[in-house]
Design a protein around this ligand. Structure first.
Ligand SMILES: [Zn+2]
Length: 391
């Protein structure tokens, strides 16, 4: 079997197979003709590569429905029905999801549940991953986690929303399967930079507000997440009141100026047990309640100020927003704009980076985690390993 495997791995490496697969993953509705055009391949080469990808169980062709027009439509390139899968685990503040995602990003199976924040959740999730691995076998190429907390390598070092500290996610993955762990804001930013509002830009600053504010700078489709993956914890930059101590241990964190805790404080209310829900309620009541409107305006202004500071420091082409940041921008656009402009260096004010809403919604972190999983497969080494697994 060895010579055949080596031959098949070489065949996949050569002449654009990897480029075509990456194109199929990034553009799930692309036809063979679209891929050929985008990659500068002749029609003959595209056909030949496609037949190799089919033989390797990596891609399939699906005939599009006939439209009644003249000529035969080009078939769409899609995931192979026995093709590789990423297993994605989403650890949110109150809910979890375990999903299998195929090339192109379609979710083929998904389990969800609620949790109370106990770190026993890791065992529950590991059992779900093990069941999927038992069912799909070698088709599962990586386990990719998006977590609502600060991530360093494969450990959640701190998640104040969950009450977790130093929770190792190593037990989540079966032996021999790579484990990737990312912060949910980082992965939402990755997805938005590749597939969302930032898709046309080179340097994308993504910011999201849930409990606190997080985000990431993504350059050329790669998150700038530092030495251990913990980069992008913008919410713990000292843009806030130094009299306030953050659960992270630092003082004056930006987090404390923006989310439900900040708005409750502005309204002289006690710290809410669930800042995300509290923020949503306060924002919803802003149109009819002047005090709530002021609290929202202060939070939006603080978001704008920090955004300007990050633009000065990171120089993105575009800023994209998700989560409650969109609600703040929609409810209090003027304070956000004033905060943003006032924090920008003068030379930037004439043409500041545009601020755009992410179209991906709450699916952003999951889509980003799936992309991170396919980044493992869609390399020469990843395709070699796939060929060996098929032998
Ligand atoms: Zn902090």
């Amino acid at each position: 079997m060895q010579p055949k495997t080596a031959h098949s791995a070489r065949a996949l490496r050569s002449q654009g197979a990897l480029a075509v697969l990456r194109h199929v993953h990034a553009h799930p509705s692309a036809t063979r003709a679209d891929a050929a055009r985008a990659l500068g391949l002749s029609s003959g080469s595209a056909t030949e590569i496609t037949s190799r990808l089919k033989a390797a169980r990596l891609a399939e062709e699906t005939a599009p429905p006939r439209t009644g027009g003249r000529g035969r439509p080009s078939p769409a390139l899609t995931a192979h029905p026995d093709g590789p899968l990423g297993c994605v685990v989403d650890i949110g503040h109150e809910e979890w999801r375990v999903a299998c995602v195929e090339l192109g990003g379609r979710v083929i199976t998904e389990d969800t549940g609620r949790h109370s924040g106990s770190s026993r959740l890791v065992g529950t999730l590991a059992a779900h991953v093990a069941a999927l691995h038992a069912h799909y076998g070698r088709r599962v190429r990586a386990v990719s986690v998006c977590a609502a907390g600060t991530v360093s390598r494969t450990t959640i070092v701190q998640a104040s929303g969950l009450g977790w500290r130093d929770v190792d996610l190593g037990p989540l993955t079966p032996p021999g399967i790579p484990l990737l762990v990312g912060n949910n804001a980082t992965l939402a930013g990755l997805a938005d930079a590749r597939r969302g509002a930032g898709a046309a830009a080179r340097a994308v600053l993504h910011l999201t507000v849930e409990v606190g504010v997080g985000g990431i700078l993504v350059v050329d489709g790669r998150p700038v997440d530092g030495a251990t993956g913990a980069g992008g914890e913008f919410g713990h930059m000292p843009f806030g009141d130094p009299a306030l101590e953050c659960p992270c241990g630092a003082r004056g964190c930006w987090d404390l100026e923006i989310d439900g805790r900040a708005m409750a404080r502005a309204l002289d209310r006690p710290p809410p047990p669930d800042p995300r829900t509290a923020a949503g309620e306060i924002i919803a009541s802003a149109p009819s309640d002047p005090a709530a409107r002021d609290a929202v305006a202060r939070a939006a202004h603080a978001l704008g100020r920090g955004m300007g500071a990050l633009v000065n420091g990171l120089d993105p082409d575009v800023v994209t927003l998700s989560g409650l940041a969109l609600d703040l921008a929609a409810t209090a656009p003027a304070p956000l704009e004033e905060g943003y402009t006032s924090a920008l260096m003068r030379y930037r004010r004439a043409a500041p980076p545009p601020v755009l809403p992410s179209p991906l919604g709450p699916q952003g972190p999951l889509i980003g985690a799936a992309d991170a999983a396919f980044d493992v497969l869609l390399t020469e080494e990843g395709l070699d390993a796939w060929s060996r697994a098929q032998a």
